[in-house]
Design a protein around this ligand. Structure first.
Ligand code: PDD
Length: 286
């Protein structure tokens, strides 16, 4: 089915994407007042669904909302939108809804707007990516997966303008995360990523990388590191639900490691892909 004709979920209804409409008074539109999730789907099954739904709860709590739907209701919507066994992702967005008039303060008694779409995952670049470091200009509640993404948009575009695929953000000299990803460095076969805090999104892929590292005996730690450590790292990786684990082979115009995906990335990539494959296989058996 062509993307434009694909069914999406909007406020209790399934409608073709091109027919989905919301009010111009929606606070998501006026204020960026809402949160979202991006959930990859492999073998027709949402990946790490429980983790994504719990993060959604935390994001909603962070903006004084509760989930408008139960886990079962979310799951039913996802099942209806997922088509076929190919790799795809669910995008879900909950905004505070449309109030009768524009007012910064949160109005009482309005219904949230709930939107869910399922789309194919874009091909993941092979061979590694270029990244640039940029000052982290975002707000101080980056642990909330808010739809208010203007700074992320501008940072990503700045990276693209400089011929890079991603920006690595630096706050007061400390590396935080990517414009739409978490960041890892590898030095002497030890993996490090910044600990969870309000400065970063608690990435589901990040957590899985740490979990797989532990299970397979890789040395890994959560610790803060400064911008300069990027220059001496053997490897740099970026992680996200739609791009998995991407090796950075060039940073700010300088080669990282040997300028190709490193050996630790290749190990982690193999482990990660076999974990994904086990999910596809279990879906086939079910
Ligand atoms: N972004 N940090 C930021 C700022 C992100 O936007 C994302 C993901 C991540 C990685 O989180 P996860 O592993 O749970 O996808 C970290 C999604 C993919 C997006 O905005 O499209």
């Amino acid at each position: 089915m062509a993307q434009a004709d694909a069914l999406v979920y909007l406020n209790g209804n399934y409608v073709p994407l091109t027919e989905a409409r919301i009010s111009v008074l929606d606070r998501g539109f006026l204020f960026g007042d809402g949160v979202y999730e991006v959930i990859p789907v492999y073998g027709g099954k949402p990946f790490r669904l429980g983790e994504h739904l719990r993060r959604l709860d935390h994001s909603l709590a962070g903006i004084r909302m509760v989930s408008p739907l139960s886990d079962q209701e979310w799951t039913d919507i996802f099942s209806r939108l997922i088509e076929g066994p190919h790799d795809q992702y669910l995008y879900l967005q909950v905004t505070r809804g449309a109030a009768p008039a524009r007012d910064h303060a949160i109005p009482a008694g309005i219904e949230p707007t709930v939107f869910v779409q399922c789309s194919p995952i874009a091909p993941i670049p092979v061979g590694g990516i270029r990244a640039v470091t940029l000052e982290d200009i975002r707000w101080h509640w980056c642990h909330i997966k808010a739809i208010t993404l203007l700074s992320n948009v501008l940072l990503r575009q700045e990276a693209v303008d400089r011929g890079a695929a991603e920006a690595i953000l630096v706050r007061d000299g400390w590396v935080t995360e990517g414009a739409a990803s978490n960041v890892f460095i590898v030095k002497d076969e030890a993996i490090a990523t910044p600990p969870k805090s309000k400065d970063i999104l608690p990435g589901i892929t990040r957590d899985l990388v740490l979990e797989l590292a532990e299970k397979h005996g890789f040395a890994a730690e959560e610790r803060n590191f400064r911008r300069e450590e990027l220059d001496t790292a053997d490897e740099i990786w970026m992680s996200s639900s739609t791009r998995e684990i991407l090796p950075v082979v060039e940073l700010d115009g300088a080669i990282v490691g040997r300028g190709e995906p490193g050996p630790m990335w290749r190990h982690m990539q193999a482990v990660y892909q076999s974990y994904k494959q086990s999910l596809r296989d279990s879906a086939k058996l079910a």
